[in-house]
Design a protein around this ligand. Structure first.
Ligand code: BG6
Length: 502
């Protein structure tokens, strides 16, 4: 294949960016945990340093531990120093950083927390706007949300109160609904921000622009021109230190119910009338509503599940999944899934979407390939034969951040030969300043922008869609469905079955 030809980028200054301007208090539950200290607090620190935090704003850490403000600041400072953070904004940051013990099992501690928040709000003039971030295990979401509601912190009257939760949103449809009911005891849907970090990836956001800000692709974006769509999130890492969570979760709940479904809907949705959170989320919901249910009597041709066996990754031997620390030796948890999905609507009728994700595969690669149909007739058949390779469009998220269009061209020289050539757009080229996924979502919550967050109706529809396959995996016979694949490969060989039977 020829080297990709860079395309010329014309800069246009059409970029709008707003800084959040509502003063607020950010209350971080699980403030001493890994997520808070390694991701959330560093992101808030970065936003402050780059003048993107509203003014005034304060941060109140909360967790079950008994700590003074000073002890909490010291802990965070140590993490920042360990990670070689530039400390030039530390004094400003730490002067806004506070701590209070809050234990959902002890409602008195929430009453105290509410009092503390109000005192600091009066002191700093943050006006009663509150962002509650739950950096805690999902099992604690319901209790914390209910306690917040109980002490009146969910209420909005001339101020806003926002609740941020991370996936997983439940374990199945029933538990997701139960969670949602608990959150909605005190918070309304417009107050809830369900994070999916895939949506905060710029290259994922770029897909919407690519599809709907260009006139030339959309006419081809349908069953008449597209043969199949392939959505892949392969990882070379194994379960790492997360077996306690992962062994009860598996790849379908960990990757498909959220990230993969988001990628699918962005690829398949209709253009909304305007770039506005609920218009976009409406269109995604319509895609989920149109998913063809899995044919449970022919699951083998629509779903392949796998689990990694021992193998080699980058020249190093790695153990099988069941030999990983804290994994049950007879675990039948899938670490790989490939599925063929159809969307029953006018645009996509008959076009298979192949969705694949797995751990311990040969490489870390996240991309979407759109394979177009072959030319209907080859006028070159007398010299080249009938077959001409079809066009392919790749939206690459990792490791490259690129859009690549592959097409056929004549090889240079006297002969009549074809070659594949690729036109390439490198996302980083021409870009300026970029935010990490957490910086971006926190900023959006501060601005009250729901575009990058899940809405409960979509969460429910995705659980509903996956329920039959989850039941298959969870039942005692689930292990029979599991294909072992060697770590460092492209997954189970059985994947070809998805293609055998269109
Ligand atoms: C997380 C999953 O949501 O996404 C992990 O829990 C997975 O198991 C990760 O490794 C993948 O994210 P990324 O951004 O590295 O593709």
């Amino acid at each position: 294949m020829a080297d990709p030809t860079p395309i010329e980028i014309e800069e246009e200054n059409t970029c709008s960016y707003n800084k959040p301007d509502d003063p607020c208090a950010i209350i971080l539950f699980g403030a001493t945990g890994d997520l808070a200290t390694r991701k959330i607090l560093p992101s808030l620190y970065f936003l402050l340093c780059s003048d993107r935090m509203p003014s005034p704003s304060i941060i109140i850490g909360a967790s079950r531990s008994e700590l003074t403000d000073e002890e909490f600041r010291q802990r965070i400072k140590e993490v920042f120093l360990e990670t070689e953070t530039d400390m030039q904004c530390w004094d400003d940051f730490s002067s806004r950083l506070f701590y209070r013990k809050a234990d959902p099992g002890d409602i008195g501690s929430f009453t105290n927390l509410a009092g503390f928040i109000k005192d600091r709000e009066n002191e700093f003039g943050t006006g009663g706007n509150r962002l509650f971030h739950l950096s805690v295990p999902p099992a604690a979401y319901e209790d914390i949300a209910e306690s917040l509601a109980h002490v009146g912190l969910a209420e909005e009257s001339g101020n806003w109160s926002r609740l941020v939760v991370e996936k997983p949103f439940g374990y199945d449809l029933a538990s997701s609904k139960k969670l949602s009911n608990a959150l909605m005891q005190g918070f309304d849907e417009h107050q809830i921000y369900r994070i999916d970090h895939y949506l905060a990836k710029e290259t994922v956001q770029n897909m919407l622009m690519f599809r709907f800000a260009n006139a030339i692709f959309e006419p081809l974006w349908n069953r008449n021109y597209i043969e199949s769509v392939h959505i892949t999130a392969a990882e070379s890492l194994g379960v790492e230190h997360r077996a306690g969570f992962y062994d009860h979760t598996g790849v379908l709940r960990d990757m498909f119910q959220n990230h993969m479904m988001q990628l699918l809907s962005i690829m398949a949705m209709e253009p909304p009338s305007i770039y506005e959170a609920d218009r976009i989320r409406d269109e995604k919901t319509k895609v989920y509503r149109s998913l063809r249910p899995f044919p449970t009597d022919d699951l083998d041709h629509h779903l392949i599940l796998g689990q990694y066996a021992a193998g080699m990754i980058e020249g190093e031997s790695v153990p099988s999944y069941v030999k990983e620390p804290n994994v049950a030796p007879d675990s039948s948890t899938p670490t790989f899934a490939a599925m063929k999905v159809y969307i029953d609507n006018w645009r996509w009728q008959g076009v298979p979407f192949f969705i694949t994700s797995g751990k311990r595969m040969s490489e870390k690669r996240t991309d979407i390939q759109v394979r177009f149909k072959e030319v209907p007739h080859s006028m070159f058949r007398n010299i080249l034969g009938e077959h001409i390779t079809a066009n392919k469009l790749t939206l690459s998220i990792h490791p490259e951040e690129e859009v690549r269009l592959t097409f056929q061209a004549k090889s240079a020289g006297p002969g009549m030969c074809l070659r594949n050539v690729t036109m390439n757009f490198d996302y980083a080229e021409g870009g300026t300043f970029r935010l990490s996924a957490y910086e971006k979502v926190l900023l959006d919550v501060l601005m009250g922008d729901h575009t990058l967050f899940w809405r409960q109706d979509s969460v429910d529809l995705c659980w509903e869609f996956l329920t039959p396959v989850l039941m298959e995996c969870d039942c005692p016979e689930g292990a029979e469905r599991l294909h072992l694949y060697k770590a460092g490969t492209d997954g189970p060989k059985a994947v070809h079955r998805l293609h055998d039977n269109p």
